[in-house]
Design a protein around this ligand. Structure first.
Ligand code: SAM
Ligand code: SF4
Length: 327
């Protein structure tokens, strides 16, 4: 029987985010420096068997029922569908976050392996701007990847767009129209201070209110009652779908956070913004049993703080960038 993975504030954790690699074929300006980062040596990455062991322990011991694979770029990890198959067999709600560039080749294989939900990151619909933002000329591949995900039967397909003032905030209505036309849910994400260049500043954040009022001026909206999900969602009044906003900065959802994270090299983190990590790979490779690993996980979650404090003077920026933690 499982016990809830609970922290000192009574929050129960059910959602595990697993980064399968720190490598990436893009270098998005809000995530990685222009000249890239030093990749982890291959032997430092958790093997699929090690990931499966930790995931299975989290499901059996703690009732984790939702797993999202992320990175770096998860699709650059060889044989990703094999890992998807292993995790789908755990009976969890399995999802993937990807830049979408290789989905034209992979979407069918991922679906066949058991993946059902996918988030594809896309921050500009304009080819020049897309190239400047990602440092790759791949907009057409990502757009094809979105079509391939829909055609493969993945449902829902969501499109994540990080909004940055002075960079792409003039595309809010274009993204809303894109989502309506394609039948995908766009999720606008507030820019967070996890960019490797440390160029984040609060004036670059496009707040939820502004995003919603901009969309509403183009398309009448109906609010959707808030669920436990971090996204606030609105439906288009004409019935042509919905969009969401993840307001991690201006309306932090820390109070209802149910997420824990595992980095590509097996570090357990109790928060995206955690400054402390717990080495599960070391435990696995030194022959630790499930009881020992479970007690480290439970203690790490008990230590979780109330919230990330981005808007306060005592905010401490994590040492790692988003690509190294896994979004
Ligand atoms: N490579 C995959 C991708 O781009 O979807 C998965 C990893 S990426 C780090 C996960 C998510 O984090 C993406 O949706 C990306 O847009 C988002 N992200 C990266 N840096 C961010 C930042 N500084 N603020 C907000 N979101 C960010
Ligand atoms: Fe790579 Fe995703 Fe970061 Fe872009 S957001 S650099 S695709 S990890």
């Amino acid at each position: 029987m499982s016990v809830p993975l609970i922290d000192g504030f009574g929050r129960v954790h059910r959602d595990l985010r697993i980064s399968v690699t720190d490598r990436c074929n893009f270098r998005c300006s809000y995530c990685m420096p222009a000249d890239g980062l030093d990749w982890l040596p291959r032997e430092d990455l958790l093997s699929f068997e090690e990931i499966e062991r930790i995931a299975s322990l989290m499901v059996r011991r703690f009732g984790i029922d939702s797993i999202r694979l992320t990175g770096g770029e998860p699709t650059v990890r060889a044989n990703l569908p094999v890992l998807v198959g292993k995790l789908a067999a755990l009976g969890v709600d399995l999802a993937l976050t990807t830049n979408g560039a290789t989905l034209g080749l992979l979407a069918d294989k991922l679906f066949a392996a058991g993946l059902r939900r996918i988030n594809i990151s896309l921050d500009s619909l304009r080819p020049d701007r897309f190239r400047d933002l990602t440092r790759r000329d791949d907009l057409h591949r990502v757009l094809d990847g979105i079509d391939a995900a829909v055609a493969a039967g993945l449902d829902p397909v969501k499109v994540n767009a990080v909004m940055m003032r002075g960079v792409n905030h003039d595309e809010i209505v274009d993204f809303a129209r894109f989502g309506r036309d394609k039948g995908v849910e766009v999720r606008f994400i507030e820019f967070m201070p996890l960019d490797a260049d440390q160029s984040w500043s609060s004036d670059k954040v496009v707040p939820l209110d502004e995003i919603v009022s901009t969309v509403a001026a183009a398309f009448p909206l109906v609010p959707v009652e808030r669920s436990h999900s971090p996204a606030a969602v609105w439906q288009y009044a004409d019935g042509r779908g919905s969009f969401g906003v993840i307001a991690s900065v201006t309306e932090a959802f820390c109070g209802s956070c149910d997420r824990v994270r595992l980095t590509a090299e097996g570090m357990f983190r109790n928060c995206l913004f955690a400054v402390q990590e717990h080495d599960l790979r070391g435990l696995l490779r030194s022959g630790a049993g499930d009881d020992e690993i479970a007690s480290v996980v439970a203690a790490a979650v008990m230590d979780k703080w109330a919230g990330h404090a981005i808007n306060q003077v005592h905010f401490i920026r994590p040492r790692r960038s988003m690509s190294q933690i896994g979004g």
